[in-house]
Write a protein that binds this ligand. Structure first.
Ligand code: COD
Ligand code: ZN
Length: 372
């Protein structure tokens, strides 16, 4: 059958640390019994693709983890999907049977959780090669390819009338920010929120906080060009720490009269986690971390910050159970209850994918959608 055949297609291969991606002809294996093969339709570039390209010694590799597509073929044991289904990929999967998935308390699947070695969950192998040489995956998604293979627990079927070239954003950044506000922090009406980092993740936090009726939404970013877009997403006050004569946490404490109720770290800098904790009020101030650190992974803070009642809480993908929860987020978008189109600053053809990396490195985009 067709599902048993190797496909040859174009993929953007990363051959070495920090290098430009190279469009190559790759072979894509058929899906194994519990896997599906997807024709990628759209994939947006997320900061973590670049962070991993610049830091992890796993090459050659196909990046991309924020994507939408159409099922091309399914493995022999897959009943949940069929050819032609519209799907979003899941960089953190959901098996629905492990103790975490059934706990009602966690979105961190013990079987299909974030994959860090560049391999597939099923057999610790790869499904790509160039002239017989294996190519590693990224987050077991690898969407910078015309076709990819994912575990059936690492994709979710969505409303087929939703525009794939937009909803790919809900597969990572935009959903992560909203989930951090609604699921993890559970921001209450009238509260004071501060957001560190105003990329797509931080601005999704702003949008979600606005929808919850936060009274103050303070946005902090070293790039002042983010200010206008930030205000459009609900940021009430923009602060560039480089333009302040005192530490940013002091500025925040002053304008919030003692500290924010909630702080969100959306930069991926553990030093800013400390600053975020310091920007929260004592008693109940909650700091939520969304960013994966690019450099120093350890967090440090004076214990007195915690002794006086602050909480530090981490999350992955905004606490969403990806398979269970994403379809309703897509439906919210279709009902215009959430905005994602406004995050798309650039649309590029696949062959121009390096332009997307350059734009993000230069801080000139929110999301670049790459059309395969
Ligand atoms: N102070 C203030 N702002 C800063 C600083 C600083 N020191 N450094 C950078 N910034 C700003 C930048 O100017 C930029 O506007 C913003 O921070 C970051 O935005 P982007 O567009 O670069 O990145 P995002 O929004 O796509 O993602 C940022 C995260 C750090 C959240 C992202 O990389 C991440 O870690 N994602 C979630 C983790 C995860 O789930 N990973 C697995 C797959 S994504
Ligand atoms: Zn991402």
């Amino acid at each position: 059958s067709q599902s048993q055949q190797v496909i040859t297609c174009r993929a953007a291969v990363a051959w070495g640390k920090g290098e430009e991606l190279v469009i190559e002809e790759v072979e894509v294996s058929p899906p194994q019994s519990q896997e599906i093969r997807i024709k990628v339709v759209s994939t947006s570039l997320c900061r973590s693709d670049i962070s991993a390209l610049d830091s992890q010694p796993i090459f050659p590799r196909i990046f991309g983890h924020e994507a939408s597509g159409i099922v091309e073929s399914v493995g022999s044991e897959v009943t949940e999907f069929k050819k032609g289904d519209h799907v979003l990929t899941l960089f953190t999967g959901e098996c629905r049977t492990c103790s975490h998935c059934t706990s009602g308390k966690s979105n961190i699947c013990q079987v299909l959780g974030l994959e860090r070695k560049g391999l597939m969950h099923s057999d610790q192998g790869t499904r790509f090669s160039v002239k017989g040489k294996p190519i590693y995956h990224y987050c077991a998604v690898s969407s910078f390819s015309e076709f990819t293979v994912v575990h059936s627990g690492c994709a979710v079927k969505v409303n087929a009338s939703a525009p794939l070239e937009k909803i790919c954003l809900l597969s990572c950044g935009a959903a992560a920010g909203m989930g951090a506000v609604w699921n993890v922090a559970n921001v209450l009406e009238g509260s004071k929120v501060v957001i560190f980092g105003l990329g797509t993740v931080g601005l999704s936090v702003a949008q979600a906080a606005k929808l919850r009726g936060a009274s103050h939404i303070i946005g902090v970013d070293i790039n002042s060009a983010k200010c206008d877009k930030a205000k459009a997403f609900g940021v009430t006050q923009f602060i560039n720490p480089n333009e302040c004569s005192e530490p940013v946490q002091q500025v925040i404490k002053r304008i919030t009269d003692g500290g924010a109720d909630y702080a969100f770290e959306c930069i991926g800098d553990t030093g800013m986690v400390t600053t975020a904790l310091q920007s929260c009020c004592d008693g109940w101030g909650l700091t939520v971390t969304l960013g994966v650190p690019k450099v120093k992974p350890e967090v440090s803070a004076h214990y007195a910050l915690l002794l006086t009642g602050r909480t530090l809480k981490g999350c992955l993908f905004g606490g969403w159970k990806p398979k269970s929860d994403l379809p309703s987020l897509v439906d919210m978008y279709m009902k215009k209850e959430i905005q994602i189109d406004e995050f798309i600053t650039h649309n590029l053809q696949f062959e121009d994918i390096n332009e997307a990396l350059n734009l993000m490195r230069e801080g000139k985009c929110l999301r670049c959608v790459i059309h395969m």
